[in-house]
Design a protein around this ligand. Structure first.
Ligand SMILES: [Zn+2]
Length: 213
């Protein structure tokens, strides 16, 4: 069985009980959505983790990226989701800038398409045929029981075609390009806000887990 460290961010509001309940609610909703999208099986999404949310506020990470790296190194497969705090550029700074908003929306669309590609591939394969023979191990598989693009027996690729790989490559390329543009724009905005003495940072929840697939 493989695993994917899947991380998402959620808005932070000053940490009283209601704010934590709100975070739990938002995370719950996302887990439900993942379960719905993946058909409730070990799909490398949040719905394949043990239930619960472990909120850890003792340390604040310097960036979302730093929190992500910590999670990749420290979290264990199947553990409930963990939420930590990280600093990020103030969202009002981003939202007030139409160019950055536009770029962020484009990136979101590309990431979401890339993340849901495996579901599309599985869905399409299921609607095209009842059985598929794995090229690696030779097993004849009933697609009804297949949840991911890999063979459930030998873990090698079962469903991803050359066309799917090209789509993936294109999406990765787009994602990198948009990330670079966003980074550049953020740096320009930060420079401007520092010059004008505007506070430019806020806290954000980074929630993640090592999801079996
Ligand atoms: Zn196989």
């Amino acid at each position: 069985m493989g695993a994917v460290t899947l991380i998402r961010t959620f808005p932070y509001s000053y940490g009283d009980f209601a704010a934590l309940e709100k975070l739990r609610h938002l995370v719950d909703e996302q887990v439900k959505e993942d379960g719905y999208n993946s058909g409730h099986c070990y799909s490398g999404t949040w719905s394949s983790l043990n239930p619960g949310l472990d909120i850890r506020t003792e340390k604040i990470f310097e960036s979302v990226e730093a929190a992500r790296n910590w999670m990749v190194e420290n979290l264990e497969k199947f553990e409930p989701l963990v939420a930590v705090l990280a600093r990020q550029i103030k969202s009002s700074l981003i939202e007030g800038d139409s160019k950055l908003t536009e770029l962020t929306m484009q990136l979101k669309a590309v990431v979401s398409q890339r993340e849901t590609e495996p579901y599309r591939i599985v869905k399409e394969a299921k609607s095209a045929a009842l059985f598929k023979t794995c090229k690696s191990c030779g097993s004849r598989l009933r697609l009804q029981h297949v949840c991911t693009v890999d063979c459930p027996l030998c873990r090698q690729n079962l469903l991803v075609t050359r066309r799917d790989r090209l789509i993936e490559e294109r999406l990765v390329k787009q994602e990198k390009k948009l990330q670079a543009q966003i980074q550049k724009r953020r740096e320009a905005l930060l420079k401007r806000s520092k010059k004008e003495g505007i506070p430019d940072e806020e806290l954000v929840w980074v929630v993640g887990g090592v999801c079996p697939s």
